[in-house]
Design a protein around this ligand. Structure first.
Ligand SMILES: [Zn+2]
Ligand SMILES: [Zn+2]
Length: 96
């Protein structure tokens, strides 16, 4: 995710904490950080915003590519192999 988007989504500029000097607060969990850099690291580590992905076979949506890959290998393994084979054949045709 783009840094600025992360900051815009999660970062909230707050009055500096007198003890720690933290100026950013996370909207999702109230984590306090000193600056944008720390904010982005926190969000990437803790909240990991990722674009949801949709299964091309049954249109279920998954929170990331890894879960989708697991789902496909469990539920659509044969179909997926077939489609890949077909795509390969088509690209062979194209190259010839
Ligand atoms: Zn947070
Ligand atoms: Zn599916």
């Amino acid at each position: 995710m783009v840094r600025d988007a992360v900051v815009a989504l999660f970062g909230e500029l707050v009055p500096p904490d007198p003890e720690t000097g933290c100026r950013y607060s996370c909207r999702a969990c109230y984590f306090l950080s000193h600056g944008q850099e720390e904010m982005v690291l926190h969000v990437e580590e803790v909240h990991q915003p990722q674009d949801p992905v949709t299964c091309p076979y049954c249109k279920k949506s998954y929170k990331n590519k890894e879960s989708l890959a697991v789902h496909i290998s469990l539920k659509h393994r044969e179909l997926h192999a077939k489609v890949n084979k077909k795509a390969q054949q088509q690209s062979n045709l194209f190259h010839n």
